[in-house]
Ligand binder design. Structure first.
Ligand code: 5RP
Length: 227
């Protein structure tokens, strides 16, 4: 495997925030893969709730103890990737399709730390990366029309010619808005009210620190300006 030094630097920096005994939220994606490896290398006594079947499988390989989701009331720290983030640490997530479980797990944590590469920091979310939205299959038609009514160009995520199902058996639509997302908090609340939307990939007010890796191996820390 070719090493990505920027993702590796972010993952390793996040592993440095973990101490023995912590209960963790374990995100999903290629940057999180570096975090899991660095975490396992530290040999700490930790357990975590995985946000996807892929993360659960990797944890088993690495010997990281798993907490069943039904036993997870409060977590010390959640570490997860992002597709885009702004300076207030509003995020878009779901490029890997795990957004629903990721949001549930992040909401249980005292602290959410985002790990990503520096190029994912943007002035406005949604200008280049579409917003993933997880939809219950039964409601796909009405939800699509509702999203189009809000001004989105909607495309259903497919793999091998068929709809790509999430770990929850739902489908994902990727939503593009010309000019990006004006107000992430308002849009997140609006989407939460639409019957048939299981979750949106907008994460507002959850992350308190981002560790952004650069190709030279350095890591930039970003904290929200208003807290
Ligand atoms: C999965 C996610 C990922 O965290 C996000 O897509 C970033 O992934 P990567 O670190 O591979 O760029 O939200 O649902």
């Amino acid at each position: 495997m070719t090493i990505d030094p920027a993702k590796q630097a972010a993952g390793e920096a996040a592993a440095g925030l973990v101490s023995s005994g912590m209960r963790l939220g374990l995100g999903t994606g290629s940057t999180v893969a570096y975090f899991l490896e660095a975490l396992a290398a530290r040999g700490l006594e930790v357990t975590g709730v995985p946000t996807s079947e892929a993360t659960a499988a990797r944890c088993r390989e690495l010997g990281i103890g798993l907490i069943p989701p039904e036993d997870a009331d409060r977590l010390d720290l959640c570490v997860d990737g992002a597709d885009e983030l702004d300076r207030e640490l509003n995020l878009t997530k779901g490029g890997g399709g795990a957004l629903l479980r990721e949001k549930v797990v992040a909401s249980l944590a005292d602290r959410m730390v985002v790990i990503a590469t520096v190029d994912k920091l943007v002035d406005r979310l949604g200008e280049s990366f579409p917003l993933p939205v997880e939809v219950v299959p039964f409601a796909l038609g009405p939800v699509r029309r509702r999203l189009e009514g809000l001004g989105f160009e909607v495309s259903e995520r497919r793999a091998g010619g068929v709809p790509q199902l999430t770990d929850n058996g739902n489908v994902i639509v990727d939503c593009r808005m010309r000019g990006g997302i004006e107000d992430p908090a308002v849009l997140e609340a609006t989407l939460a009210m639409v019957p048939g939307i299981a979750e949106s990939g907008l994460f507002v007010g959850l992350a308190s620190l981002a560790l952004l890796g650069a190709p030279d191996g350095s890591v930039e820390r970003v904290e929200p300006t208003s807290d």
